[in-house]
Every structure is written in structure tokens, then in C-alpha cells.
Design a protein around this ligand. Sequence first.
Ligand code: ADP
Ligand code: MG
Ligand code: MG
Length: 925
Amino acid sequence: MSSTAASISKLDDKTRKKYVYYFGEGHAEGNAKMKDILGGKGAGLAEMTNIGVPVPPGFTISTEVCTYFYDHGKSYPPDLRDAVAENLGRVEHVVGRKFGDPAKPLLVSVRSGARASMPGMMDTILNLGLNDETVQGLARSSNDERFALDSYRRFIQMYSDVVLEVDKEHFEHELFALRDKAGVQTDAEIPADALRELVGTYKKIVREKTGKDFPQDVHDQLWGAIGAVFGSWNNQRAITYRKLNGIPDDWGTAVNVQSMVFGNMGDDCATGVAFTRNPSNGERKFFGEYLPNAQGEDVVAGIRTPLPISKAQVVADEKSLEETMPSVYAQLEDVYKKLESHYRDMQDIEFTIQSGKLYLLQTRTGKRTGFAAVKIACDMVGEGLIVPRAAVERVEAGQIIQLLAPVFDAKEKEKALKGGRLLGRGLPAGPGAAAGRIAFNAEHAVQMAKDDDPVILVRIETSPEDIAGMHSAAGILTTRGGLTSHAAVVARGMGRPCVVGAGALKVDYGRGELRAEGHEPLEEGDWVSLDGTTGEILGGKLPTKPSEVLQVLVENTMKPEQSEVYRNFDRLLKWADEIRTLGVRTNADTPNDARTARLFGAAGIGLCRTEHMFFAEERIIRVREMILARNEEGRRRALEAILPFQKADFEGIFRELDGMPVTIRLLDPPLHEFLPQNEGQISALARDMGWGFVELRAKVNQLHEVNPMLGHRGCRLGITYPEIYEMQVRAIFQAACDVKKDGIDVHPEVMIPLVGTVKELQLTADMTRRVAAEVIEERGVDVPVIVGTMIEIPRAALIAEQLGEIAEFFSFGTNDLTQMTFGYSRDDAGSFLPEYVEKKILPKDPFESIDTVGVGQLVRLGTERGRSANPKLKVGVCGEHGGDPDSIRFFRSVNLDYVSCSPYRVPVARLAAAQAELEQKAYEG
Ligand code: ADP
Ligand code: MG
Ligand code: MG
């Protein structure tokens, strides 16, 4: 080779992309940080290998191949085959078996693994490399024919299901029939002869359904499986899961090819799954399930009921792993402790025991409920495993709201239990209380959830096809499966109350019944109540009561010492408060809401809507009089009658807020919203007010607008009927002065809505300052007068520099701003937005999460322009987005001062604001 050629090939070698990463024998080419290219599973296998945890050797084909695959008409990079062959060779060498060797065959699993774990979404194939010849080799080399045939029948079924698309039902049907014929309960008891027959039947099924023989060439098998894994990235279940969890479609999956270890080789073999701590409540207890003489998915599939791994978990007389295989259990304990302290987080692990030896097949950060997330984070800080900042980082902000969800009223539940309403018990898989109407399948659940009543999805077991139904349900009940079953894992992820494995209950899909011994069968639509914290299932609708956090903070019916849930909630949020710079206020219109929000940690009110005060019983009549008044004088008279009510409302809020800022928005909605719309109501009102019916109806019609959201509302009303805004400003400042007189500090901030021109703000702000000054003068008490505007019309964001000269604060009304920037009516967008998201025209519903590239740019630009005129300008957000973690991240990045959200979102916003801060710091370096 000439020297140039040599250097070119060297260069080639260097620039040749690495697509395959080996792991085995205590050394791996990848590590935990390489999730993006190895996927979560591959990165975990590599890391475990590196830290000396026993892992069967194998290799990972990177996610970049998946991307390549979809970019190149489902083909592979040219040198992939060589790389796979080379790595397969390494595995063969280490294991001492050869792939396809009829005497001593190497078998592998082909496993998918995306960056973010997608439970049950992608399909794994075990025992690949078996054919009619190698199965005999396996039987001879293991001295166990039954085991070899058991592996082969599993392989044919999985491979046919995943790669050849032969429904697994055909195989299962035969398997069940065989079990009956042999008179045995479990697969593990089926004798070898029967299994041999079964394999024959399976192959026949394949031939019938596909018109071809089951592939005997092991390399065809391998590449068929690899292709199927990449293909499964775009199956419907995977797509749905990604959509629900916000996982980008272009991440792709990796493929792991790994030498098999066997949990189905006899009674000193087993397979299991475990959590290093309890994923439902966060208790620091090793926790898991296993099945002796079983393989792979048997534990999760709910075919046999799995056994507890630790003695502490035993409830009846099951034999725990700790008792049956004490030395393996000891190994497992060592491994789990090693993994937890290495990852410094709760791990979800999969293991297999082959002839008394332990192997780990997976580790990942365990999914957990909000309760468990908060407890584990706080406990780990206490144990010195992590610092408070890490605790704040790792609890998903949206999850903390679970701690505020209602629980069943203990007294009511006691009564129901005594009254014989307990239908049965299952395993408590997702804490919290839920009562709802029964739906027996996912489709019905989705449908029924559209009505008002909550739905409980009741299934024998769930599968990934049920995801949408689980999402719609308020609670989930299954009669089969353990705490690591699909239902349990998914419910925990979604934060749904969930009870699984309630074996005493029978679901009969055919008749549409849920039966419990000694009870009338329940039908679809009947009420049922689930306690996901205790596992109890009760007939009927059980009343709920506030969560422990609310009981401590708001109701004062519990003391902090009595509630660990509360104490952890409080600790975590205090750590968050130390980190965050973004303020959190609340949207509240009543002293009661204001109080709740303050107790949840709000630093003031970012939006107090005054129109809600107009609707109350005794006032609406005055409001109508005002609207219907024939002239200004009549209006003023009616307004005078309303003023004391408004003043009293403001006083209540000021007292509750005790010195915190209160942003009060002057009247915003169009006036016709206060008038009755149908003829019956109009005639009643006409009678009450001494008007003629025809006359009143004409007035109502006159106020009717074609497009009221863009009509006569907001400051447009304040300008055409200045007496309305004057009354409101007077009420605000009278209340402020009077409260101040009682020694309570007040900080009213008057907010002008729907401003689109400078003049609108100029006129209303001047009026506000003038009236406020008059009141302060009259009352002889000094309170600060702060006037600002909402930025919710795109034009306002554009002219923010001029508005900033007049306003002391801006508050972005992102609901209206989104509506007007997109030109989507908030009230009508429901008919097309879901499809827009589906078709990826939009990444998300822009009313839920701020559209950062469009609407968000108006927020950024408006803020910058406003501050260029007034560097002291305070800027906040008061739309629904103020409580959405992703939006909060964006608002922090454009340097807003605060977000304002509904009271129950305040804890979420505090945590999200801290997380946004940490990300911002990391970004800025
Ligand atoms: P999932 O992502 O659905 O959990 P996995 O790839 O983890 O799928 O595999 C499914 C099951 O098969 C798991 O129980 C796993 O432990 C088991 N398994 C995977 N590979 C092997 C192997 N090489 N040897 C033994 N069991 C395996
Ligand atoms: Mg797994
Ligand atoms: Mg608005």
C-alpha cells in the first residue's frame, strides 16, 4: 500500500462513524452519559458493565443508525454489517459459543432502547439463534431438553409476533389448550414432549399465516429482528406514547444485541424486576417481584402472579426470593445498593438468575409517583447522597400537584367499609383517591370521559394499546398483574390513582360486568371508588377530602408533625425558593383563593379579575341596571350602588395579602355577558326592572356583538363609559386607604386591559392617577399608586416602548396574546387544534404551553422595548401559561420578573421556576 493510500484509509478509519458499541467482561465502549446515541438501555448496560455489575456481554447499535434508517429509505449505513459481525465475534469469544453453531449455539436477545424509557412500547426478542438444529445443540449442551424446547417455542412466538406480524393470540391459544390437555396450571410444568409438539404446531401456524417457513438462517433472524426494532419506532403505540410524553419523533431508538442468560433452566433459575425504593410512596425499602423458572417478560405479562423478592414484602404465605435463594438475594442486595449509590437515584432493575448466578439486564431511573418523587428526593438529601439542588432538579414540577389531590374521607370510608361496600383489595400501585364510572375498555373510557363524571378504567390487565384510555381515566383498576405490571408503571408515570392485581374481582368483558363475591355485579357506567394508597376497591361513589398538604396548610386540621408528606413538600419548595429568581404570584379574585395561594407560597396577586365580583347574587341586578341605564346619570347611580360591594371585595383581598402586591384588572368583558340571553330570562328581568319585554329585548340585541372577543370590551369600555373605570378605581383606593388605616400595608396595582394604542393607556392611566389622588386626598392616607397595562394585543407588544413610558408594569395576558397572534379563537380552536398537533403543524397546543418561537417572541420583544423606555418596568405573565413548566422556562429565559398562575399551580410554578433558573445558569455557563 502506498503511503498516501495508507493515510487515506487511516483517515477513513478515523472519520468512519462508529455505529456499534461493545460491552462485556467488565469493560464497555459506552457509558451512562451516552444515552443520546446508546439509548437508555444501552447506556445502562454499558455503565453497569463498567462498574463491575454482572451483565451478559453484547453490543449496542446506536440511535444514529435509526435516524440513518429513516433518512435513507429504511436502509443501513454500508459498514454496519461488518461492525455487527465483528462485535458478534467478540461476544462469541467471551461466551465460548458460536452464533448458529449446531453443537454449542450462542443465543442473543435483540432489544430496543430509546433515550427516554418507553415502557412496553418497543418489542424485544429473546432466544434468537434457535432453529431446528441449534435447539438440539442447546438441549445437549445444557443437558435439558425441556428448557431448550421452552426457549424455542418462546422465540418462535416472539419473533413471529414482532417480525413476521403473526398475532401472538394464535400461539397463546395453542399454549393454553396444551396446558389444559396436559392438566397443568403453568407453562413451567409443561413436559418436554408436549413442548416439542407445540413447536411443531407453532411452525405450522407460521407457514399458514405467512406462506413461508419459519426462518432457519440465524443471520436472517438477526437482521430481521434489528429491522423490526427500528421499524417499531414508528408503530402506533410508540407514536402515542411519545406524543403523550413529549418525546421528539426524531430521537430514534438504539438496538441492543445481548447474549442470553436463562431464567427458565430449572428451579435454581428465575427472572425478576425490582425497585431500589418503593415507587408508589417512596419508602426506603428494596422492593420487587420475581418468578422462578421463567424468562423475560413473564413477570410483567401477568401470566403467573409473581412472588415478592424480600421477606418484608410477603403478605400471605408466598415464598420470597430472600428465603428461597438467600445467597442470590444477598448478591442482589449488594448490586442494588451499588447501583443506587452510583446513580444517586432510585433505580428500576431487571435481573435474571441462571443456575444460582445473578445477572443484571437493565437499570434505569425508576418512574415514580409525585409522592415518591418528593420523598425520595428529600430522603436522599438527608442521606447525603444528593444536595438540595439535585433534589429540586429531579422532581418533575408538574408531579408535585399530586400531593394536593384529594384523598377519601377516612370517616366516610370507614362507614362504607362497615356497610359492606368493600369489593376487594388489590395492590396499591398509584396513590390517591378516585371515584368514577366504570369503563371496561380504553375506547369507552375516552368516550365517557368527555362527559362530566370521572371514569375508572377497569381491565383484567392493560397493554400499551390502552394508553389513551388510561390517560382519560381518573383511576385505573386491574384484576391481574403486580406492582411492576404495565398498568402500574404507566399509572405511576401519569400520576393516576391505580389499584392492580385485585384477583378477587372478576372482569367479564363479554357480559360487561365487574363481579365481586357477595355483591351485585357492576356494569359499565356504575360508580366505583379506588383508594390507590391502600389498594381498596369500594362500590359506589365515595366522598373525598383534602390532601394532607391542604389539611396542614389551609384547613388546619393536621399539624406539620403529623404529616411527612407535608414536611417534604415544604422542604423541597423552600429549597426551590432559595434557587429561583422568578417571582410567583397567583390569579385570584376572592379572599379565599388569595389565602390558599398565599399559603401555597404566592408572593402576591398577578391578576385579580373584577368582573367575577359583578356576577354575585345581589350585585348582578345593579350591574344590569348600570348597563341598561338610558344615560350617564343613570349609570352613575347604579355604579354608586355597586361601589360598596367592590370596595368590600378589595378590602378582603388586601387584608388577606397583607402588604403583598395585588394587580387588579379593571373591567374586561363585553357588557352583554352580564345580560340574560334567552327570552324567558329577558322577560323575568323586564318584570324585575319594570321594563317592557320588547324594549329590553331590543336593548339586549343592540348590545349583541358578532365577535365580542374583539368587540366593545377592555379599556374600550373604560373609554366610552369612563364612569365604570372611575368607580372601580375609587373602590380600589378607598379600600386600600381604609385597610391601611388599620395598620395593614397595601400595594394595589391597577391594570388596564386590552390596550392597543398609546392613547388608550394615556387616557385610562391619567384617569386612574387622578381618581386615586382624589381618594388619597379625601381619606388622608397615603398608599402607593401604581398603574400598568396588560399586553395581550400584538400591537401593544410592538409599541411597548411608548407604553413603557406611561406604565409602571406590564403583564402579558398570554391567553389573548396567543389568540390574537395566531388568529385562533380560544373558544373554537378545540375543533382543529388536536389535529394540528397530530399532524405536527404545531408541536403543542399553544394555549397550554407558550409558543416560544412566535407568541413568545412578542413577549421577549415587548419586554425589551418596554424596559428600554423604563428600566424599572416590572414585567410578568398572567395567562394560563404562568403555571406551565415549559412556559416558565421560557419566561425565565426572557428575564420576566414573575409569573402568575391559579392557586393550585403555585407550588408547580415555584419548583419549575427553580428548575428554569438552574437551566439558565447552566446555559449561561
Ligand atoms: P422492555 O424494554 O420491554 O423492558 P427488555 O429489552 O428489557 O424490554 O426485555 C424484555 C425482557 O427480557 C426483560 O425482562 C429482560 O430482562 C429480558 N431479557 C432481555 N435480554 C435478555 C437476555 N440477554 N437474557 C435474558 N433475559 C433478557
Ligand atoms: Mg426492560
Ligand atoms: Mg385578556
